[in-house]
Write a protein that binds this ligand. Structure first.
Ligand SMILES: [Zn+2]
Length: 185
């Protein structure tokens, strides 16, 4: 399954990426027709909160409309509609640009600033946007939350903003200037 989340479901989209699903996220103000065209061309299921989308003929059989509040609520609602495996391929994609991650090389590690040079293995790199990812305590918390998405919701759901796994941006220009690259979490 591949997905295209509308801009209102950006948080859910990042969690689908965290679970390993190929998930495009619509840009701000993307027109309905463009969104449906992209979904058809790339064979994606559209996940949306916008019921006006259903008025388009091209939406037939392609759109899952969610009404729940918050990322947890939407994740549970989506799980009730589609067979989502929240432990599909965890942390295998870049949360920012959706590209499959590759193992970091010794050169990637050598390019890290000394302040973050002793990160726990395994390290992965996004070949598109060059972010480095690693698993730490945040990844355990994310796995726990993905596991919660897979369970039946209770009345006591904590709604939090989606938190990306730890990543740092290796901006070559910033490196040349000798600055610490920014963290995205
Ligand atoms: Zn990326």
């Amino acid at each position: 399954m591949k997905f295209l989340c509308d801009e209102m479901l950006r948080g859910l989209g990042r969690w689908l990426r965290a679970a390993g699903y190929d998930t495009a996220i619509a840009g701000d103000g993307a027109p309905d027709r463009g969104l449906l065209r992209q979904a058809a061309a790339e064979e994606r299921i559209v996940i949306s909160r916008d019921r006006h989308l259903l008025e388009h003929r091209a939406a037939a059989g392609r759109v899952v409309l969610l009404t729940a509040e918050g990322t947890d609520g939407c994740a549970h609602e989506l799980s009730a509609r589609l067979a989502i495996d929240w432990s599909y391929r965890p942390f295998s994609r870049c949360l920012v640009c959706n590209t499959p991650l590759v193992p970091a090389s010794v050169f990637d590690r050598a390019a890290l600033p000394s302040t973050v040079a002793h990160l726990p293995e395994p390290l992965h790199r996004c070949p598109r946007c060059d972010r480095i990812y690693w698993e730490g305590g945040h990844a355990r918390r994310m796995r726990a939350r993905l596991a919660r998405f897979a369970t039946t919701p209770t009345d006591d759901i904590t709604v939090e903003a989606a938190t990306p796994t730890t990543a740092i941006e290796r901006d070559p220009a910033a490196r040349r200037r000798g600055r610490q690259p920014p963290s995205v979490w």
